[in-house]
Structures are given as structure tokens and as C-alpha cells.
Design a binder for this molecule. Structure first.
Ligand SMILES: [Zn+2]
Length: 165
């Protein structure tokens, strides 16, 4: 077979064999990857976004282990260290002000009561409401990071405001 024919055959076979990665149903010819929008959204939420985000986290961790950070340098690194220190002291302050809070129980409450509600909320909105970076907001919404309980009240307020629209 000539090269062009082989390519056409591969394309045809690919078209026939396509199944939705979310539900396994055949993908209609007018759609590219998924059988439907709900399947696309469900699959992206469950698989694609967490994979993308955890890939980025792994790359950042590796860069840091090697003593470099590809995304930040010089003044940005200094400012980031400052932000980190401010965040840590905010956490300590919150824990001192709430001595009776069981942090583990709070984190479980987050997964149960807050995280599901965040799924439909845009990253930028979460970041703004909680006063955190969009990267951090993305990790939180994807369920990879659980934020410190000091952020919970702001997120609950955000969801309440969203629900009242
Ligand atoms: Zn499907």
C-alpha cells in the first residue's frame, strides 16, 4: 500500500473504532472524542484535569528538589516566599483562635460538604473568594489539595452566594 492509502485506511479504521472514553458508547461521526457533552465534562473533571494538574505539581516538585523553579525566579521567588510565610502565620493564628477545632474532622467535612459544591464554580471565582492563587484553587477544586480550614468559611460563603443567585 502506498503511504497515502495507508493513512486513509488508518483514518477510516480509527473512525469506526471510536468509543467514548467515559461511557464506552460509539462516538457519533460529528463528534470528536466523546459521545456527548455530559460525558466530555464528566471525563475531563474525573481524569483529564487531575492528570494535567498533578503533572504540573510533579514537575514543580522535581524542579524544587533540583534547586530550581522554572516558573519563578529572582524577585518573584522572594515575593512568593513572603506570601508563603504570610500564609503560614495566618494558619497558626487561625489555629490559636480556634483551639477546639479538630483539623482532620474539618478536612473530612470539606470533602463531604464543600468540595462537591465547588465543581461548578470557575477557578478564578474560587481564587478570588478565598484570596488564593488560581493554581492553588485549581488543585483544591480537583480534590488534590485540601485547603486549611481557615479558608472554609470563605468558600461556604461563596457557595451560598452562588446558590442564592
Ligand atoms: Zn459517553
Amino acid at each position: 500500500m502506498r503511504k497515502a492509502e495507508r493513512a486513509a485506511a488508518t483514518r477510516a479504521a480509527g473512525k469506526l473504532a471510536r468509543t467514548c472514553p467515559e461511557c464506552g458508547a460509539p462516538v457519533p461521526p460529528e463528534r470528536r472524542t466523546y459521545c456527548s457533552d455530559p460525558c466530555r465534562e464528566a471525563h475531563e473533571r474525573a481524569v483529564v484535569i487531575p492528570r494535567r494538574v498533578s503533572g504540573r505539581v510533579a514537575a514543580m516538585a522535581e524542579a524544587r528538589a533540583n534547586g530550581r523553579d522554572p516558573s519563578h525566579g529572582g524577585a518573584a521567588a522572594g515575593k512568593r516566599a513572603e506570601t508563603l510565610a504570610a500564609r503560614q502565620s495566618a494558619r497558626r493564628e487561625w489555629e490559636t483562635a480556634h483551639p477546639d477545632v479538630d483539623l482532620d474532622a474539618e478536612r473530612e467535612r470539606f470533602a463531604r460538604e464543600i468540595l462537591p459544591g465547588l465543581q461548578g464554580v470557575p477557578i478564578a471565582k474560587i481564587a478570588r473568594a478565598a484570596g488564593i492563587s488560581t493554581t492553588y484553587a485549581q488543585l483544591i477544586r480537583a480534590g488534590i489539595y485540601t485547603p486549611h480550614p481557615l479558608y472554609f468559611a470563605r468558600l461556604v460563603d461563596l457557595l451560598a452566594a452562588d446558590g442564592n443567585k
